[in-house]
Write a protein that binds this ligand. Structure first.
Ligand code: FMN
Length: 633
């Protein structure tokens, strides 16, 4: 039998490497992230003006810092990488124009000796960027000129300092802030404190310490809130303006195939790849509200998506895309949600990250730190949900911060009772645990059962109730096969979310549909890598810079993808995410190459799709251990 707790994958004997081969020592495993990674951007020497490159006039004319002579540029340009440009072949047009490294596929030489770009008739580039917040809005954020008065009023209302007016959509009661007598420590904070980042009374980890985990845990297990109790709550001093139930979009989470939020690796090209392999629910990479509010452009780039994520998926279900935010303070979350609600065209839900364990985030009072400040967590959810119009809110949690001290079941009751959150995801591990030991699905099951009870009769609540929909509950942790996924479903969750399993085996979503393992040959796996690179060239561009970015993220992806051990090599067909195989002999040369742990082999693979690696290119994977146990999240 395969022991899920053993770290060694059971490989069939005929594939095991001979002892003398196996003796070649594995490098000692490094842990943690590579924090000092240098990025070398590969820029062209005599770069062509972006407008001229696509055959347009340059608005800056003689003030433009880029070259305008196409023929001079082409005479100095590096040779093409091939004749077939993936953008031109797919859409009949290439947005990189003359800069494309596969230019010969879409250029002609005229009689006058000048080159001219070619486009297919009625061509249209089919990929559109979602949630690309206008540069002017970002500038206004940087100069503090954006009108955020709506958010400011909402903050004041959530803090109970102001009552909503009758024209604030519908006014709905929030249940009392006190649950089991634990009133929030920071409730008396003033509006000014909350609006002005500089003036904010520091309610970071120090003040959070006032709400000790021990205190939170009082009554865990005894905490029962009945549906009846929700609408019988007496009127509290907090009134939330929210939309009518039929106006807040409702998401049917049941059985959705969710690709988890994944910093760095869960970029749009990877999400698109998973979509083509059966995923139907996507998250952007976690963005921090504070830099978003400072108009920090690279942070705003994280909330972007592409149209393919919201199209009808191969399964027939409509794809949905959520924007994941991390914040500590109410003003950060509410103001960001206002900007998103007003400026983003592709957000199906807003997710509050309450699970991120990394120190940098935790120390700011965000991520899993919020698990220690339940009232603040609740207020953040209330505020984000109230300001975000029709966009529903979700939350992603860990079991708690300490391994021996799960706090989330009780917190889930409060989330159910005091917010209208659409779904809660639980990664069944604590912050302290990171990725050690298996996720605690028994605990996930207990939470699922708690929420099921709370959801009973929810549809019959009278108009005016804060909760207008059942709270969906999603389990997460260690799902690496269709068997894991259905086993997760058996715990009573609405669905199971997949993170590392999809990075190692992106066709896991196909396996779930087929209810069987799929033994992809090395050729098929190469096709998956080709698709990833094509997605990258379509998203980041087929010019030198786009290729560079695609290669960098390809290598990050390889740092997970190489961990796949073909199912046919297993003694028993139940591979586990936490198991590493002993040294084995692959079935063919390419299979061996795909399983290599050597970055140089990954680079060689990248060259099949992206051409030779420039000499200045350097790459250090984000995760030292080659990824799997030490990633964030
Ligand atoms: C590389 C990597 C990046 C992650 N980034 C995020 C993130 O941005 N936001 C988040 O909520 N979780 C993040 N996570 C956590 C995952 O979403 C997920 O909760 C966790 O990996 C457990 O699921 P798994 O066992 O299926 O991997 C990340 C995980 C990994 C491996």
């Amino acid at each position: 039998m395969s022991d899920p707790h053993s770290g060694v994958a059971p490989i069939r004997e005929e594939f095991l490497a001979k002892p003398e081969q196996a003796e070649r020592k594995r490098k000692p495993k490094e842990r943690g992230q590579n924090k000092k990674r240098s990025k070398v951007s590969v820029r062209e020497e005599n770069a062509l003006c972006p407008a001229i490159s696509v055959g347009k006039e340059c608005p800056f004319q003689s003030n433009c810092k880029f070259g305008h002579d196409v023929e001079v540029y082409l005479s100095q340009k590096e040779p093409d990488l091939g004749e077939k440009c993936v953008n031109f072949e797919t859409y009949g047009i290439c947005p990189a124009g003359y800069k494309c490294r596969w230019l010969s596929g879409h250029v002609k030489l005229n009689e006058d000796g000048k080159h001219e770009l070619v486009e297919k008739p009625d061509s249209k580039f089919g990929l559109t960027m979602l949630n690309a917040v206008d540069k002017n809005v970002q500038k206004k954020l940087r100069t503090k000129q954006l009108d955020l008065s709506k958010a400011e009023r909402m903050i004041s209302i959530v803090l109970g300092e102001e009552k909503p007016k009758s024209n604030d959509q519908n006014i709905q009661e929030s249940p009392k802030q006190e649950v089991n007598g634990t009133r929030d420590q920071n409730q008396d904070q003033t509006l000014a404190d909350n609006n002005d980042p500089k003036a904010v009374k520091e309610d970071g980890p120090e003040s959070q310490a006032t709400e000790t985990p021990q205190k939170q845990d009082e009554g865990e297990g005894n905490h029962k809130v009945t549906t009846d109790g929700i609408h019988k709550q007496s009127r509290s001093d907090v009134l939330l303006p929210t939309l009518r139930p039929q106006e807040k979009r409702r998401i049917d989470w049941k059985g959705r195939k969710i690709l988890a939020p994944l910093t760095t690796v869960g970029n749009p090209p990877f999400r698109r790849l998973c979509g083509s392999l059966g995923a139907d629910t996507f998250y952007t990479e976690m963005a921090m509200c504070q830099p978003l509010m400072q108009g920090h452009q690279p942070e705003w780039a994280l909330v972007r998506g592409i149209n393919t994520e919201r199209e009808i998926m191969p399964s027939g279900r409509k794809g949905i895309l959520g924007i994941q935010l991390a914040c500590s303070k109410l003003w950060q979350g509410v103001k960001t949600a206002q900007v998103i609600a007003e400026n983003c065209d592709g957000a199906d839900f807003l997710d509050l990250n309450c699970g991120c364990p990394i120190d940098l985030v935790f120390r700011q009072g965000a991520g899993s730190s919020l698990l220690e400040s339940p009232s603040r967590l609740i207020r953040n959810l209330q505020g984000i949900d109230a300001i975000s119009g029709t966009i529903p809110t979700t939350v992603k949690l860990r079991t708690g911060n300490r391994e021996d001290h799960p706090v989330v079941n009780k917190l889930l009751s409060r989330i159910h009772q005091e917010t209208n959150t659409s779904a809660a995801v639980l990664h069944g591990r604590s912050r302290q645990q990171r990725y050690s030991k298996l996720a605690n699905w028994e605990y996930v099951k207990d939470c699922a059962s708690n929420i099921r009870k709370l959801n009973e009769g929810i549809e019959d609540l009278p108009e005016g109730s804060l909760r207008t929909q059942p709270l969906a509950f999603i389990g997460n942790g260690d799902c690496y096969s269709w068997e894991d996924w259905y086993e997760g479903m058996d715990t009573g969750v609405d669905t199971t979310m997949i993170a590392r399993g999809a990075l190692v085996k992106p066709w896991i979503f196909e396996e779930i549909d087929a209810r069987q393992y799929i033994d992809k040959s090395s050729t098929q796996r190469l096709e998956i890598l080709q698709e990833y690179c094509n997605n990258g060239l379509q998203y980041w561009g087929s010019d030198a810079q786009g290729i560079n970015t695609t290669r960098r993220f390809f290598l990050e992806f390889m740092s997970f993808f190489h961990r796949y051990t073909p199912i046919a090599l297993f003694e028993v067909a139940r591979p586990r995410l936490n198991q590493r195989p002993p040294l084995y002999n692959a079935r063919d040369e390419m299979e061996g190459m795909l399983a290599s742990t050597n970055v140089n082999d990954w680079l060689k693979l990248s060259e099949r799709f992206l051409g030779p690696t420039p000499s200045r290119f350097n790459f250090t994977p984000k995760h030292k251990s080659n990824s799997i146990e030490e990633a964030e999240g």
